[in-house]
Design a protein. Structure first.
Lengths: 318, 270, 446
């Protein structure tokens, strides 16, 4: 018995040594440039600094943020954005992936076409979108006019999209602005390529027998998808949801590149990250910006844990 | 048969919609300024002005920007692949105390908005004396949580028998990783590499803040500045966007063959 | 066990590093310039100058720096194009925290005030007064008062923290062809005439009369031209009669579909003017070069003049243009920077700069130079911006104005999109702006 224990222990020690060697490069980089700055930022959030100087205020910045309307407004923008992009993106990408999976010819070509937006930088892609959504020379308004509708202000429009959809019955300050919806549309376009590829990979890895068995039992195409394919794909869906949720909470480049300053008309596209950015760089309140970032990270961590608790276990250890 | 045709038609129209902005970008890049600025549905230029590209390269030192971007992205990609191979293997196949906590801490770095770590990072770079150097553009990005995560999943997806059969121990792990395990996760390696390349090539804020001189600029910063300087000339702007996008499109077209099938999907399962 | 101690070591290392990433623990005491901090130069071998000039004007600036470096070989000047004002502001903000700065950078007054409060900017008074390296009384008197005065910061003991670099004025650009179609041969002189012409343009041509770039400086200039003021004793006057007239005018323009809003940070108004799609736009006089290029050299089709006025006999407009700030780096760097500023603003260079860029000459002797005079006679509107110098005024130069600017943008956007009426927008703007300024005041006197 002792000998077995001894051997296991010495093996654990050896594994530990090997692990230390193998982890060293990653830990060195992430330690210095990933974790240290986080600790630095948390420390910074305890000071009310402005352009690099200011007194210690403890949790003052946190208290200020939580009682401030601007913080909650930007939180709401982040929320709209997540809710508006993730489900739509998932459904669309799944549909495309399923279709791509079913065809044999030209699959590579289609896949490249759908993945194209994802490989382009937000800056370059937004340059194009800004011109397409341009109120005067943009193609979107040209099409609207061709259809006999009034031109829209698109990215410049702070009024809510519900206001337009209901012909003004809902007040313009309720719900996400048209401008925010344009950013969402851009994001769905930009990120769906990633989702499609992951879905395709998931589909490829599925055992074919189950679907075939269901088919032999007389299930229709839609039934097979709903009852067999989707449940089997749940790890993929879960993975994409978690990653997209984190990504949508941190979205910045598309906001910045599309609206010029990120905050959009009347701050209607100012999400948490843009708010952090503008407190930090535009106005120089670094301590406050760091506190906002800590709160945002806390929200992301909480969200991920909740997702894991509710869905993760069920999905992974079925 | 009809169902297949409908499927193709739907896919094709979706693909056209998706790629339309690129089509429009490329054709606008060839238009004359007045044509580019006037509202019109016609996609094709009335007159193909190839000279736009010459003028774009003339207006900003894009050649230098490309050199920097490629250098930085290539080194970052190599380093990320190596570091995440090693770390991913460790988290997937080795046991050591504190493994779970360490993995959690690494994942946590993914959840903090990048904007906020920028200033502390700037301070560290400055202390190291790396300001305005390639080291500053490269080293902080040589490892990341997402790649480690993907690679771990990749290794988890490989059946355990392979590892047991090899009966690795001691230094054998390293040799095993290099000669047997790594080739098994080749699709994951290509995925991680592609994402690392895209991330590095498309990065904007960090290179903007950490470089000071024109010789050190990368293409995305160059494009942003070009926008500020030539924003009024839509055709040149589209030219610049086109040449900035081109390399990533080319790279993806090459990589996609190897990029996908199999292990990525399997790897995502726990 | 080894692993645990390794972890411990890493933790200690991290803790040590965190210490250096923290903020500087000193309180900025208000009223006075902040406790001075010194910064490492980002490049010890050259005096780096962060600038935003592009294309031809950048080439000229580089050439001038070369000439300067031949005359002053000890520490060379290096001009680095660092993006627009947004990017430069971001870089400076990050660099102040990191404790390393270039020798000098371009900055607007409101940004400068922030940098001063952070203790990052060198007061120039000791340089200007220095018997050997300074400027003589005659030299100082040669500068137009308006361009010099805006660089003295009353909030910081009236010291001079920046030096004029590129000066321009808010102008009205007009398209003669569109105006002629509407039956006018002259641009408007007063705001009433302006509104009338806009209505005629709409009626006769069906076009929008005007493209509006949402911009605080334009609103400020319009308030000045209505005879109004922006601030009094650190409280804003956005609810004054004059300001209200400006907001109501904007409201009328958009309600009657006489004007539309352009994308922020774009120059769509300039291309619309060049395409004969609008009659008017408001921009800094430095926009002359780019509009001329868009007009493809057709100088008969357009013109530029001072903005309309409430009282043409007592005109007002806004004075634009960044200044140079010299940061608190090493004495060598500062000396080199100051020498360059002196060189750059000398009359001969001032003439070449004005001719090459279209910026207003900032010294009397430069304005009287035959080459400048010849340039003014070349095209009837070349002198228009310079003529504004006699009555143009800068915007407030105290800390916090940068934040107020964003509030003004919001108020203007709210009016342009019909979210608020002019009166509500103006009242709420005044409240919000005053709150920002008093918070800043409280912060600096804490």
């Amino acid at each position: 018995m002792d000998e077995v224990l001894e051997r296991t222990r010495s093996r654990a020690v050896r594994d530990g040594a090997i692990a230390a060697v193998l982890l060293a490069p990653s830990l060195a980089v992430l330690g210095v440039f990933g974790i240290t700055p986080i600790l630095g930022a948390v420390y910074l959030s305890l000071f009310d600094t402005h352009f690099g100087a200011g007194p210690f205020v403890g949790v003052g910045n946190y208290a200020k943020a939580l009682t401030e309307e601007d913080f909650w407004k930007s939180f709401l923008v982040t929320f709209y954005y997540s809710v508006g992009t993730i489900p739509v993106g998932l459904v669309l990408s799944f549909a495309v992936a399923l279709a791509l999976f079913r065809i044999l010819r030209a699959r590579g070509l289609f896949r490249t076409m759908y993945f194209l937006p994802y490989v382009t930088s937000a800056v370059a892609a937004a340059t194009v979108w800004r011109v397409l959504l341009h109120p005067q020379i943009g193609l979107t308004n040209l099409v609207l006019q061709w259809l006999g509708a009034d031109p829209m202000q698109w990215l410049l429009e702070p009024r809510g999209v519900l206001y337009f959809l209901t012909d003004g019955r809902i007040p313009p300050t309720i719900g996400p602005s048209l401008s925010l919806c344009c950013v969402m549309l851009f994001d769905i376009w930009h990120a769906s390529g990633f989702m499609i590829v992951i879905f395709l990979a998931g589909l490829t890895a599925l055992p074919r027998q189950l679907e075939e068995a269901a088919r032999i039992d007389g299930a229709g195409g839609a039934q097979v998808v709903w009852n067999v394919t989707l449940p089997l794909l749940s790890p993929t869906i879960f993975f994409l949801t978690v990653v997209s949720a984190i990504r949508s909470f941190q979205a910045f480049n598309s906001f910045f590149a599309l609206t010029g300053d990120g905050r959009g008309p009347l701050n209607t596209t100012r999400n948490l990250t843009v708010y952090i950015y503008s407190s930090f760089y535009q106005f120089g309140y670094e301590g406050y910006g760091a506190a906002l970032a800590a709160l945002s990270s806390l929200a992301i961590v909480t969200m991920t844990i909740v997702q894991w608790r509710f869905a993760g276990r069920r999905v992974f250890y079925e | 048969m009809i169902r297949k045709t409908v499927l193709y038609l739907l896919l094709a129209s979706g693909a056209v919609l998706t790629t339309f902005p690129f089509l429009w970008m490329v054709t606008t890049a060839f238009k004359t300024l007045p044509e580019a600025m006037s509202p019109s549905i016609s996609l094709l230029p009335q007159q193909w002005q190839w000279y736009n590209f010459v003028e774009t390269f003339h207006a900003a030192p894009f050649a230098r920007y490309f050199y920097n971007s490629f250098l930085v992205a290539a080194v970052v990609t190599t380093c990320v692949i190596l570091s995440s191979l090693m770390a991913g293997y460790t988290f997937a196949r080795l046991d050591f105390p504190g493994k779970g906590v360490l993995f959690g801490v690494i994942l946590a770095t993914m959840m903090v908005p990048f904007e906020i770590t920028l200033i502390p990072n700037f301070v560290i770079i400055k202390k190291l004396g790396w300001y305005n150097t390639y080291a500053a553009l490269i080293v902080p990005w040589c490892a990341n949580a997402f790649s480690i995560f993907l690679m771990r999943q990749g290794f988890l997806g490989v059946p355990g028998d392979y590892f047991d059969a090899a009966k690795v121990d001691g230094c054998g792990h390293l040799r095993f990783l290099a000669w047997i395990a790594a080739p098994l996760v080749k699709p994951t390696i290509i995925t991680v590499g592609l994402f690392a390349f895209l991330g590095s090539y498309n990065a904007l804020v960090w290179p903007l803040v950490i470089t000071s001189e024109d010789e050190m600029r990368v293409v995305q910063v160059g494009l942003t500045f070009f926008w500020g300087a030539e924003g009024v000339r839509v055709n040149l702007l589209m030219c610049a966007a086109t040449i900035v996008i081109l390399p990533t499109v080319a790279l993806y077209s090459i990589a996609q063959r190897h990029f996908l099938e199999g292990s990525l999907g399997a790897g995502i399962k726990g | 066990m080894k692993l645990k101690s390794a972890c411990g070591l890493i933790l200690c290392f991290l803790a040590a590093l965190t210490g250096c990433a923290g903020p500087i623990e000193e309180t900025v005491t208000g009223g006075t310039p902040a406790a001075l901090r010194t910064f490492q130069p980002i490049n010890p071998d050259a005096a780096v100058f962060w600038d935003r000039q592009t294309t031809e004007t950048r080439q000229l600036l580089l050439q001038l720096a070369d000439e300067f470096n031949r005359l002053h070989p000890d520490l060379p000047i290096k001009v680095e194009h660092s993006g627009g004002y947004t990017e430069i502001n971001r870089k400076v903000a990050a660099s102040i925290q990191a404790g390393a700065l270039p020798s000098m950078a371009v900055a607007y007054e409101s940004m400068t005030a922030e940098y001063v409060q952070a203790g990052a900017v060198a007061a120039l008074d000791e340089f200007t007064r220095d018997p050997q390296r300074g400027l003589s009384a005659a030299d100082l008197a040669d500068f137009f008062p308006a361009v010099l005065e805006t660089n003295r910061y009353s909030e910081f003991e009236g010291k001079m923290y920046s030096f004029p670099f590129c000066k321009s004025a808010l102008m009205m650009y007009f398209n003669k062809r569109v105006l002629a179609d509407a039956g006018f041969s002259q641009p408007p002189n007063t705001w009433d005439e302006f509104l009338e012409q806009c209505r005629q343009v709409k009626e006769k041509t069906g076009k929008f009369a005007c493209a509006l770039n949402v911009d605080c400086s334009t609103v400020d200039g319009m308030i000045y031209s209505m005879g109004g003021e922006l601030v009094k004793d650190h409280a804003t006057l956005f609810d004054s009669l004059e300001a209200m007239r400006v907001f109501e005018l904007i409201e009328t323009l958009v309600r009657e579909k006489l004007a539309y809003q352009i994308t922020r940070d774009s120059y769509d108004d300039e291309s619309a003017l060049a395409q004969d799609q609008i009659a008017f736009l408001f921009r800094s006089s430095s926009g002359r070069t780019s509009i001329a290029r868009l007009m493809q050299g057709d100088m008969q089709r357009w013109g530029m003049t001072r903005i309309p006025q409430a009282d043409p006999a007592d005109p007002r407009t806004v004075l634009y243009g960044p200044n140079i700030v010299i940061f608190n780096t090493t004495p060598d760097q500062q000396r080199a920077a100051w020498e360059f500023v002196k060189f750059f603003t000398s009359p001969e260079i001032g003439v070449r700069w004005a001719l090459g860029t279209g910026y207003i000459p900032i010294r009397r002797s430069a304005a009287q130079h035959p080459d400048v005079q010849a340039f003014w006679n070349e095209w009837e509107y070349n002198r228009a911006a310079f003529d504004c110098l006699a009555f143009a005024r800068s915007e407030p130069n105290f800390a916090g104005w940068q934040e107020v600017r964003e509030l003004v943008h919001d108020a203007e956007t709210a009016i342009l999109t019909g979210m608020k009426n002019a009166r509500a927008a103006a009242t709420e703007l005044k409240q919000a702006a005053d709150q920002v300024l008093s918070a800043r005041h409280a912060r600096s006197t804490r």
